[in-house]
Design a protein. Structure first.
Length: 232
């Protein structure tokens, strides 16, 4: 999996690309189906310059795994907060391209519009592919929120402290556990993003899409390291 030749290699190039793509994000629902939902996630080994991405396609009604793929490659960009999409996307795009069926929606373990420049991984991926995307993160990054009520499905706004803009929601997916942080990626409204997250998180804090993709990419990374490391 080669890194694209025109992929940004500096922070300045990455910032410029985010500014270019940000106006292309569509934060509204459309009328396409929403049954086949993919989760994507990545695992790294920086010492070996190795990244593995996983894409796992689930049936939204049953939460059964329909298909899963992985992609292995070199790390595409250094670690810089706010620029993680440039580190992860080449591998994620390859994993998605290996699916034989096109997802109706892709759930990213990260941010969409809940990003300082309103172009986190989920939004970036959506604009590049045209797919409907949303982000479900484990932490609120730099944004403000109050804890939602303890019941499943309760939520509070995630707001930009500089502007007061609602950029996502803190959502309680299970009673009494920490919330997750849901934001629009592309071609979806925030209400729909929250409903989709709750549909996918019926038993655990994280959506099943994220749980499956996280497990798969970690296993695939371990296997890739085994095949690259000579036995003693």
């Amino acid at each position: 999996m080669p890194i694209p030749a025109d992929w940004p290699t500096s922070e300045a190039q990455a910032f410029a690309e985010q500014e270019r793509l940000r106006p292309l994000v569509r934060a509204q629902d459309d009328d396409t189906p929403n049954r086949l939902i993919a989760g994507v996630d990545v695992a790294y080994d920086d010492d070996h310059d190795l990244v593995v991405a996983a894409a796992v396609l689930l049936d939204r009604d049953t939460l059964d795994v329909v298909e899963e793929t992985t992609a292995v490659g070199r790390i595409a960009f250094p670690y810089v907060p706010g620029l993680l999409a440039f580190r992860e996307l080449p591998a994620v795009l390859d994993a998605l391209a290996a699916l034989t069926r096109t997802p109706d929606t892709v759930v990213c373990d990260g941010y969409g519009l809940a990003h300082p420049r309103r172009l986190g991984l989920a939004s970036h991926l959506g604009v590049l592919t045209g797919l409907r995307t949303l982000g479900v993160a484990k932490t609120p990054f730099t944004f403000d929120h109050h804890d939602p009520d303890a019941g499943r499905g309760s939520w509070t706004p995630l707001t930009d402290p500089a502007t007061g803009e609602e950029v996502g929601r803190a959502v309680r997916t299970q009673p009494g556990v920490k919330p997750v942080y849901v934001s629009v990626g592309h071609r979806i409204g925030l209400d729909t993003a929250v409903r989709t997250t709750l549909d996918l998180a019926r038993r655990y804090r994280q959506p099943e899409t994220t749980r499956h993709a996280d497990s798969l990419c970690r296993r695939a990374l371990a296997e890739a390291l085994r095949t690259r490391t000579p036995a003693n």
